[in-house]
Design a protein around this ligand. Sequence first.
Ligand code: GLN
Length: 490
Amino acid sequence: MSALTDLSVAELSAAMASRKASALEVADAHIARMEQHRGLNAFIAETPDRAREMARASDARRARGEAGLLEGVPLGIKDLFCTEGVATTAGSHVLEGFVPTYESTVTANLWKAGAVLMGKTNLDEFAMGSSNMTSHFGGVENPWKRRGENRKLVPGGSSGGSAAVVAARIVPGSTGTDTGGSIRQPAAFCGIVGLKPTYGRCSRWGVVAFASSLDQPGPFARSVEDTALLLQAMSGHDPKDSTSAPLAVPDFVAAARNPAIKGLKIGIPCEYRVDGTSPEIVALWEKGVAMMRDAGAEPVEVSLPHTRYALPAYYIVAPAECSSNLARYDGVRYGLRVPGKDLTEMYSNTRGAGFGKEVRRRILIGTYVLSAGYYDAYYRKAQQVRALIARDFTQAFERCDVLLTPTAPTAAFAAGDKMDDPVTMYLNDMFTIPASMAGLPGISVPAGLDKDGLPLGLQLIGRAFDETTLLGAAAALERAAGFTARAEGY
Ligand code: GLN
C-alpha cells in the first residue's frame, strides 16, 4: 500500500474498511505531514488533539459496525465554518478570540458521516479575495512553483488554504466556500478538483457570512469521485437556513463513478473568449472541447450575452451584502474590542483596527451603493442585471446540458502580484462569477499544465440542482484529461 497521505478519500475509506489502517493511523500520518509542511501557512489552527480524539471515536464506531460514508477521513475546514470549541477567525483580526459555541450544519454533517477535523485553513479575510493575500494571518503558499523558479506563488482565493492542503497531500479533502469563484479558482491554481454546488444545496448556517445571496459551501479533493463523496455528506435541507433547498440529496457518488457523456450537449459560450485570457488557457479550452467530443459529447456554440456585466454587477451586490453582514462586528458580541471614550468610539476603534484594507474597501463600496439616492442607480440596477444573467443561462440550457469554460484567465501568479490594483485582482473571477450570480453549480477539473509547468483548470457549469449531470461530465473530462502531475516535492 502506498503512503497513507497519497491515498484518495475513496482509497482511504477502502483501506480502513479492510482494516489495513485504523483511523488513528490515518490521522497520525496526516498530522505528521501537516507538521512537515507548516511553511505553506495553510492552516490558521491545527487541531491534532481533536483529530486523534475523533479518529479514536471513529475506530470505535467502525468496530461496532457503524461506519459512515467518510468514516475516519481527515479533512481541512476553511476557517469560515464555525466549529464548536475551536477558534474561528474568518481570516480577520476582528474575530480573533472568537470560539463558537455551535457547529456549522455542513461541518456537523461531515462529522456525522465520520470525518475527522485536522485543522482550520487559511483564507482571504472574510473570503474577500482571489489570492489569500488579504488574510490577517498572512498569505498561503501554493505548493506549485514555476519550473526552474523559486518564487512563491499564490494558491488562489479565497479558499486558498483549503486548496493548498489538498494539493500538498496534507489532507485528501477539505471544505471551501464560493461566493464568486473562491472554490473553483483556487482548485484551478492548485491542480485539484473544486465544486461549487447550486446555491441552496449546502446549508450556510454557521458559515461566517460574506454575501448571503451568493455564498455557498462546497468541497475540494484530488478527484471528481472524492468531491462527490464529500458533497454527499455536506448536502441536504436545513431548516436553520431559510435559503436551503428543501430537496432530497441525489446519489452524487454514483454519478461521479459513471462518466456519463455520450450524447450530452456541451455548451461553449462565445462570450467567454475574452481578451486577457492566457493563450495557453484558450488552447486548453479548445482541447477540452475536442476531448469531450471524442468521448461522445456534442459541442454546441451558445451565447450568454450579459456575461460582461456580471463582474461589475457582482462588485455591487457582493459589497452591498457584505457591508450589511459585517455591521455585526462592533466589539460588543464577537472577538476584538478596542475601547474608546464612549460606545460610538469603541465601535469605530474596533472596526478600524479589526478590518483589513480590502474588507474596508468593500464595506465602503457597499454602504455607498445602498445609500439613499444611489440605491436605485447602483444596487437596484445590479439586481436587474443579475436577473438578465440568470436568464442567459436558462436560455443556454435549452440548447445544452452543461457548459465548458476555462476556470480562470491565468495560472497561479506570484505572491504580491496584482495587489496594487484591485480591479486586476477582481478580473480573476470573470469566468466564475456569472454562474455565481445565477446560483448555478460549477466544478473546476485540472486539465493540463502550462509552459511553466503550472496546473490549469477547466470549468463545467450545470443546471440548478443538476449536480449529478455535472459530476458525470466532470468525471468524463477528468478521465480524458488524465491529469496526474504533482507539485514538485509534494
Ligand atoms: N474573488 C472574489 C471576491 O473577492 C470571490 C470571492 C469568493 O468567492 N469568496 O469577492
